[in-house]
Write a protein that binds this ligand. Sequence first.
Ligand SMILES: [Mn+2]
Length: 265
Amino acid sequence: MRFEVGEGIDIIGDIHACFDEFLLLLKKLGYQQNKKGYFNHPNGRKLVSLGDVMSRGPKSIESMTFFLEHVEAGLAYMIDSNHGWKIARWLDGRNVQLRHGDENVAEEFKQFEEKYGTNKTKDLKAKLKKLLMDAPSHYIFTEKGKEKLVCTHAGIKDEYIGKENNKIKNFCRYGDVAGMDEKGKPIRRNWFEKHDNKLLIVWGHDPKPEPLIINNTINIDQGVVFGGKLTCFRYPEKQFIFVEAMKNYSGKNDLNNPLYKYETH
Ligand SMILES: [Mn+2]
């Protein structure tokens, strides 16, 4: 899970199947599609996804396939996430309930199968299952061998950094969740308040209208699928680049939209 920053990395927040916005962001970042279909950066930069590339939005299969191909080609990294883990188990044939936009993925596969047939669908499902199952809970990026940056989905404790087990995987997928409230929504503890070392932690999962910078941690999920924006954080430049959502794809409006609580009413 340790990699050199190299020519630079572009860390992307939760895409949630907003593939059109993602392609616009790649263009804005200077990536160019080559003849084989891969998106390359002329300076050799690499992409890092904070997970939740699928579900809720309209183009889960295209988003997942993008990372399947680009991770395989060594052009991108993708970490584990709560929706990613749910879809991985569903692809593995386990008995899981598809909710919170995961049902859209099943619907897309149904249409995919009608269009491309059973064999092609089975083949893609097996490849995506492996991609999602193999995704690590976090990455550590180094500069000249020195640890600088951690990328994770929902959060991490300082003592978990550089280690991997089921407890750590769960924490990184869901964050520090202290049960559910009366509406069935997770009660989230602010793990980042306890972060206390020099590593910069970049995370997503919990949509906020602007990047939240606290204690050397940065949240870059700006809720593109909820009508917010898709964020890239460039490292080592420490620069934000955004693409606005073309629409609110989530079907959630008003009180159910997680960005609502930040709006002025
Ligand atoms: Mn998430």
